[in-house]
Design a protein around this ligand. Structure first.
Ligand code: SF4
Length: 332
């Protein structure tokens, strides 16, 4: 099918979510790999995808990053970076045993959940961790207190949950879940364990929440929502679900514009566009261009929140960058 040019009376429009794309944790992790490559040279090993996005991973590979599944694959004495999703303490131990220099790019908001898990485990709570089985973040958080944590994978899993003492139970969650589904799970858990206590502050992070709020606002008006993101990106997959839940007639996840199926546009006048927290804006621009070529040139922003959060680089990297800057200063 060929692209349809826009007509002056076209009712075709795009609703573009704001905020969308990179969150502070992803931005920091990607910059950390780039700075590490500049500072130490190639290769820099990265355990697991630094963030769940195909394009980002491919781009960093071209610059000299090597992605591995396990620390055991990293040659002794090399530099390894841990991804934004966080790792269990056993992974730090393995790295130390292999004499690896580590750079920990775990998002500070994931670290916050790790610390909560450790604190509640030290106080001998049973911790009900709401999250998706097998997700890297859940594996990392569970590893902080394996004897105290039980995974609850959504509302349907609640009936299987047992605890040692129902007067000492707390729930925590993965940072990238659907806010509404998580609250449904929490409500069911509270019915079962009325003394269940909540985390001191939201575990689902600001970026996940804001992207879901924006997609909800556009959902009811959209015939189609295109979410830019990778299939292994939890927060991106949630955006598709939230869009459909908010009333969008159709919603799809694509890594790149060329994955959009022309057939999705049949009878469509309003297309919502958003992107997951690990998606660079260039990929959204590609989708907007693809849509514009098919008459969807009119773009309206649907703004749900302002974001100004930033995180400083991992401490190991900051230390070495500072040392190099100081050495350069002395040599001047
Ligand atoms: S989605 Fe949230 S928790 Fe995950 S890296 Fe981004 S800010 Fe951190």
């Amino acid at each position: 099918m060929t692209a349809t040019p826009a007509s002056p009376s076209s009712d075709k429009r795009v609703l573009l979510a704001a905020p969308r794309g990179y969150c502070a944790g992803v931005d920091r992790a990607v910059i950390a790999v780039e700075k590490a490559l500049e500072q130490y040279g190639s290769p820099i090993y990265v355990r697991h995808e630094i963030v769940h996005n195909k394009y980002v991973v491919q781009t960093l590979e071209k610059k000299g990053a090597i992605f591995v599944d396990e620390t055991a694959e990293v040659p002794e004495g090399s530099i390894v970076m841990f991804s934004a999703h966080g790792v269990a303490p056993t992974v730090h131990q393995e790295a130390a045993e292999r004499r690896l220099a580590t750079i920990d790019a775990t998002c500070p908001l994931v670290t916050k959940v790790h610390k909560e898990a450790v604190r509640f485990a030290n106080e001998d709570y049973d911790i009900l961790l709401i999250g998706h089985e097998g997700h890297e973040e859940v594996i990392g958080t569970s590893g902080e207190a394996p004897d105290h944590i039980t995974l609850v994978d959504g509302p349907d899993d609640v009936e299987n949950v047992t605890v040692r003492d129902d007067s000492k139970v707390v729930w925590l969650s993965q940072t990238t879940l659907s806010v509404d589904e998580t609250m449904e799970t929490v409500d069911k858990l509270k019915e079962k364990f009325p003394k269940l206590i909540s985390p001191p502050s939201d575990d689902i992070c600001y970026a996940t929440q804001n992207r879901q709020t924006a997609v909800k606002q556009m959902g009811a008006e959209a015939d189609l929502v295109v979410v830019v993101g990778s299939k292994n990106s939890s927060n991106s997959v949630r955006l598709v679900e939230v869009a459909l839940g908010a009333g969008a007639k159709d919603a799809h996840l694509v890594d790149f514009a060329d994955e959009i199926d022309e057939a999705w546009l049949e009878g469509v006048s309003t297309v919502g566009v958003t992107s997951g927290a690990s998606v660079p804006e260039v990929l959204v621009e590609g989708v907007l261009e693809w849509l514009a070529q098919r008459g969807f040139e009119d773009v309206e922003i649907v703004k749900a929140a302002e974001e100004s959060i930033t995180f400083s680089l991992p401490k190991e990297l900051r230390r070495d960058l500072r040392a190099e800057a100081a050495a350069l200063g002395e040599n001047r």
